[in-house]
Design a protein around this ligand. Structure first.
Ligand code: NAD
Length: 279
């Protein structure tokens, strides 16, 4: 099958999330950017969080606003408690509330195990795991204060944790990253159990290999691309829109009974592709 056929376009129903307020962290690049735009296409008002490069965040805001919804760029480092608290407070003041938190911001600091510094370990855990904890906690306070508004959604709030196939696939040379995503899985499931009685739905999306700046080395030469495709039964590298579509769907009331699930969006990467021809 032709591996150049990409993610489907024009598939987001424009009123699916009408009237909802969403915040996406790390939304000026890659998956976060596509997700923020996807939520806007679905009718949500969107806060675009960024930690660096205000211009690219403003560009995302302009694109979202072109769909007739409200958008704004808020600067905050998700690993800093005071900044996350201030960001969610500001959103509640300026947008009235929050219905959807997409804890997407993440990074890699790769090194062979014996060369990995404590600073590399700590940075990845601080952003990828503690950052999601802080964002989920602050959103949850507002979800609980407000409760369910039936005209808006069946749920009092939705949290999407951006995980990775590396929450279950070990990854040599990336022990900090794989550990952070393993932590995200258990954090998400524990929060889902704790918050479900409050009608708050917590779920995760676990991307496979998606073309973004975080993993450019894995797809930007023909050899790298060919090697990567061997790991993907669906025979195409994922695009940020593939993840955006999954997040929009999971946040919508179509998925109201989905609680504590990880949706793997990976073209089959977690299906042990090495066993496709025997084993
Ligand atoms: P990306 O580098 O394009 O985007 C990451 C975003 O997070 C950037 O906007 C960056 O500025 C932001 N960020 C980093 N540290 C931050 C902080 N302290 N505070 C706020 N924002 C911060 O990479 P991406 O591929 O779009 O990654 C997005 C998420 O998807 C990450 O959690 C990543 O682990 C996950 N993911 C990506 C892939 C992939 O193949 N691209 C696969 C699995 C999981």
């Amino acid at each position: 099958m032709d591996s150049t056929v990409g993610a489907p376009q024009g598939v987001i129903p424009p009123h699916l999330l009408k009237g909802q307020k969403a915040l996406v962290t790390g939304a000026n690049s890659g998956i976060g950017k596509a997700t923020a735009i996807g939520l806007g296409k679905a009718g949500a008002d969107v806060v675009v969080n960024y930690v660096a490069d205000r211009d690219s965040a403003e560009e995302v805001v302009r694109e979202i606003a072109s769909y007739g919804v409200r958008a704004a760029a808020y600067e905050a480092d998700v690993s800093q408690e005071d900044q996350v608290v201030a960001m969610v407070d500001r959103m509640v003041k300026e947008f009235g509330t929050i219905d959807i938190m997409v804890a997407n911001a993440g990074l890699q600091r790769d090194a062979p195990f014996t060369e990995m510094t404590l600073a590399q370990w700590q940075k990845v855990l601080d952003v990828n795991l503690t950052g999601q904890f802080l964002c989920a906690r602050e959103a949850t306070k507002e979800f609980m204060r407000r409760g369910v508004v039936p005209e808006v959604s069946c749920a009092a709030g939705k949290i999407i944790c951006m995980s990775s196939v590396h929450q279950i696939i070990p990854w040599a040379g990336h022990v900090n990253y794989a550990s952070s995503k393993g932590g995200v899985q258990m954090m998400m499931e524990t929060l889902a159990q704790e918050l479900a009685p409050h009608r708050i739905r917590v779920n995760a999306v676990a991307p496979g290999a998606i073309k973004t700046p975080i993993n450019r080395d894995a797809w930007d030469t023909p050899q790298a691309r060919e090697d990567l495709l061997k790991l993907i039964p669906y025979n195409r590298i994922g695009e940020p829109d593939d993840i955006a579509h999954a997040v929009v769907g999971l946040c919508s009331d179509l998925m109201d009974y989905v609680v504590g699930a990880t949706l793997y969006v990976d073209g089959g990467m977690t299906l042990f592709p090495g066993f496709a021809t025997g084993g």
